[in-house]
Design a protein around this ligand. Sequence first.
Ligand SMILES: *[C@@H]1O[C@H](CO)[C@@H](O)[C@H](O)[C@H]1NC(C)=O
Ligand SMILES: *[C@@H]1O[C@H](CO)[C@@H](O)[C@H](O)[C@H]1NC(C)=O
Length: 454
Amino acid sequence: MQEQLPLYLLPSSEAPWTRGRLRMKLLTHILGLCLALALTNAEHHEHASAVLDRCEGLEMDAVAVNELGIPYFFKGDHLFKGFHGKAELSNESFTELDDHHHLGHVDAAFCMHYEDNTADHDHMFFFLDTKVFSYYQHKLEDGYPKDISEVFPGIPDHLDAAVECPKPECDEDSVIFFKGDDIFHYNVRTKAVDKKEFKSMPNCTSAFRFMEHYYCFHGHMFSKFDPKTGDVHGKYPKEARDYFMRCSKFSDDSDHVERERCSRVHLDAVTSDNAGNIYAFRGHHFLRKDEGSDTLKADTIESAFKELHSEVDTVFSYDGHLYMIKDEQLYVYKVGEPHTHLDGYPKPVKEELGIEGHIDAAFMCEHGAGAHIAHFIKGEHIYDVDMKASPRVPTNERRISLFKKVDAAMCGPGGLKVIVGNHYYHFDSVMLFVAGRALPEQHRVSLELFGCDH
Ligand SMILES: *[C@@H]1O[C@H](CO)[C@@H](O)[C@H](O)[C@H]1NC(C)=O
Ligand SMILES: *[C@@H]1O[C@H](CO)[C@@H](O)[C@H](O)[C@H]1NC(C)=O
């Protein structure tokens, strides 16, 4: 519910338990308006920060992943962490950015990623005017900030963008700096600067490396580029929020299927029904891929699962039904055209399944022995629930050693797929997943599950 419509735009059939939150939002909204009115004569940036909404198509000042691979988007004196959620003040996470400057903005940022260069590996570098800041695990390194010319000789001040480029993606472990239409490849080891021309690329306002791909943002659009040559292949620019944000509404010309299959934002839930049809849920939308067909369909959750509205926590299939969990409630839909919500639902998860608290993922392997056992993942633990038992209770608690947090999971005749961020992992059985000590091969959700080729 992060990026929400104002109350007056929402359907009046809103479930009562969401009303409280919506009322809060409305209040905040009104307060926001008042504040905005009060500030019309005040400084422009204060007004802007009161209403920063990344789903409106913001131009970011800088983008970098942190040491855990989570993207940080900088805008003015604010920071958006991850793919959704509100802006926070950058100085809450990076205190000293403020001490030397009155933090209006960050020019550029990158995360050093070179296994050989142990001193700087995983450090985040920020560029403000003429200074560079180096952070390790959110702590400023001794001696910083320093002049850019001291740390990166040959690189100009007042940069537009910067991105790390380790071997072999660049010929040498490098950082690529952008200023206007000037491009500098900076060799991290020798400090040599190689000035390049990226002819087919627009001037980047920010740039980042994500899952070994390179993105140049310009305005609220982005282009994927080859870091060695600057070549842009394929249909670019594209809308940044379609790929890197989770929004309740996208622009009118956004292609739902294209966006949902290619989005880099993690899924909320995924399941396949008895017939082998796959459903994947993210935010306000879901994708459906029918068994034996390569065509994907996308729609709003509201249109097919009206009672649930949006943003499901987890979904599993059992006996011709989709079991959908959102907050503490269980919704049960009979699979069909259209799906029908069973009478008497939603019911509390605690009553129906015996489980308390937030469930990260749920799945059933409806074949062979244990076909009626549902599996629930909460943090690093997995539980079994016999769907034929009455009352249903979680049993057989085990610890998962391979993952700290799982986003979604689904099981079919081919085995179990466990989704974490943009990747999934295949296991032949639940036992092999739970007992596993080494990560199996990593697969890309967008490419290998949904056939997005870019
Ligand atoms: C953080 O930044 C805000 C706005 O730029 C400022 O009002 C606040 O005093 C700063 N906080 C600290 C701890 O520096
Ligand atoms: C790109 O930057 C150069 C300055 O380096 C400027 O002359 C040019 O107009 C910019 N192009 C666009 C499209 O803004």
